[in-house]
Write a protein that binds this ligand. Structure first.
Ligand code: NAD
Length: 272
């Protein structure tokens, strides 16, 4: 408790999933949080979090909306301490079936939305001489994945823009870092809402041997928002249960017990 006392924060895409969990944890740690989302359900989410939460319906791709949001917060609080660029969309389509329109749609939210957010708050944070911007990239911003041409491209872009912003804003006391979640049980990853124990099964072949919960991912954002991370600039924090740590050679020591080797995972010395 108290790791973010009185910090003024914005969390985008906060109606549900990881964004809602981040907003909840920020408030528990003492922050005042504006939850934004393109869907009106954000009002309900904010209402459940008490009087230090406020909802704004806003599309992160809308630049004018960012100006209005930031102006209002500055008028009310006189500063903005934390921005979490969390809003994002996903599309499963391979290279040959992805159209340029598909790609633009993903980039508009995941990349332009993050870009707009950083540009909207950075001048105020520079003037304040402090601030923390946290961009929610993905495990898919660290490595490739089939059927995710547009999404992987967008998340690598978020990771790259984070580095540049960290370099440019760091000398003014503004820290910019990226978080790289993987396998977090949210409406995006689990749209059918299958029970957690059932959803976990798909993650058996990875180090954690289960999916992650939104509250577990939110802890990384609390750390990067707080002064505890004062020397983190341009860092990439993976919260993916080992998804990007490497791969297993099944049948050799150190591979997870009780897992049937996936067909794509060769064991040296064995014919597959
Ligand atoms: N769940 C995972 O395993 C996982 C893994 C890696 C990265 N991520 C990333 O984490 C972030 C949060 O994902 P989640 O899993 O909680 O997904 P989610 O779909 O549950 O939540 C995303 C939220 O963003 C909102 N949103 C979508 N487009 C928007 C826009 N244009 N403007 C404002 N809000 C918008 C949605 O309405 C939704 O409330 C995303 O950026 C996602 O790409 C998720």
């Amino acid at each position: 408790m108290g790791r973010l006392t009185d910090k003024v924060a914005i969390v985008t895409g906060a109606a549900r999933g990881m964004g809602a969990a981040i907003a909840r944890r920020f408030i528990e740690e003492g922050a005042v949080v504006t939850l934004t989302d393109v869907i009106p359900e954000v009002a309900e989410t904010a209402a459940q979090l008490g009087e230090r939460a406020r909802a704004v319906v806003h599309d992160v791709a809308d630049e004018a909306g960012w100006t209005a949001l930031v102006d209002e917060l500055m008028a009310q609080h006189g500063r903005i301490d934390v921005l979490v660029n969390n809003a994002g969309i996903l599309m499963f389509r391979d290279l040959l079936s992805t159209t340029a329109t598909d790609l633009r749609r993903i980039l508009e939210v995941n990349v332009v939305g993050t870009f707009n957010g950083m540009r909207a708050v950075a001048p105020h944070m520079i003037r304040q001489g402090r601030g923390s911007i946290i961009n929610n990239s993905s495990a898919d911003g660290l490595q490739g994945a089939n059927a995710l041409t547009a999404y992987v491209g967008s998340k690598f872009a978020v990771r790259g823009m984070t580095k540049v912003a960290a370099l440019e804003l760091g000398p003014y006391g503004v820290r910019v870092n990226s978080v790289h979640p993987g396998g977090i049980d949210t409406p995006m990853a689990n749209p059918q809402g299958v029970p957690a124990a059932q959803f976990d099964v798909a993650f058996k072949p990875y180090a954690a041997q289960r999916a992650g919960r939104p509250a577990e991912a939110a802890e990384c954002f609390v750390f990067l928002a707080s002064d505890e991370s004062s020397y983190c600039m341009g860092s990439e924090l993976a919260v993916d249960g080992g998804l990007t740590a490497g791969h297993y050679y099944y049948g050799l020591p150190g591979s997870p017990p009780g897992v049937t080797p996936p067909r794509h995972s060769p064991t040296p010395g064995k014919k597959s």
